[in-house]
Design a protein around this ligand. Sequence first.
Ligand code: URA
Length: 253
Amino acid sequence: MSEPDPPERLQKVLARAGLGSRRTCEDLIVAGRVRVDGKVATLGDRVAADAASVEVDGVPIAIDPTLVHYLLNKPPGVVTTASDTHGRPTVLGLVPAEPLVHPVGRLDLDTEGLLLLTNDGALTHRLTHPSFAVDKEYLAEVSGSPSRGAVRSLREGIELDDGLTAPATVALVERNVLRIVIHEGRNRQVRRMCAAVGHPVVRLVRTRIGPIRDADLRPGVWRELTQTELRALEQAATGSGAAAGLHPGPNDP
Ligand code: URA
């Protein structure tokens, strides 16, 4: 077992987590906006970054420096599991081996696009828990050209073999391309929804996870989330996602 982190001044820990300069973080503490393990913090408090749970304005903050949060553009033909019995390439083969991370949710073998991988179990739990589940946006190239009625059905809910889908945001952006935003995470949901209205998916790309987008990330490439993105994601996963704006933080590149 590794030694626990020695306690550090709270403002130092907050500043490292991207909340602003130490001075700004002191102001947050003095204003009573910071809680440590559920209690309002005061100036002078010290925390062990690997043990304490810290919230600013009710939003959990990832303060543990050993936590990593990667955004990967998953190419088709790569499986979203740790190992594959058929020897196919896995998403874990596309990110650093250490520290060990896990994918947040999954994309089908042939689905492309954004996937988060992290060793942050608390964030993973919140992101995948149905009551907090954040919006996910997909571009679905389908066969044929969906009618207005088909688009309306996709919006209002489709009866699948595991029940009715929740209302979704759906737009026809090209004659055979749908933009679909869902917050449920059922198995092969978008593919099954499109097939149910007579337009099977030809190509499926996830283009957004909550507030996180990156049209410039090339297939097979990963990067770390910025502190600003991480905070926006944490906020989205507390259920107040609509308010999570992406304004650059002082520590962001
Ligand atoms: N819906 C699907 O059908 N497949 C995915 O990979 C993700 C969402």
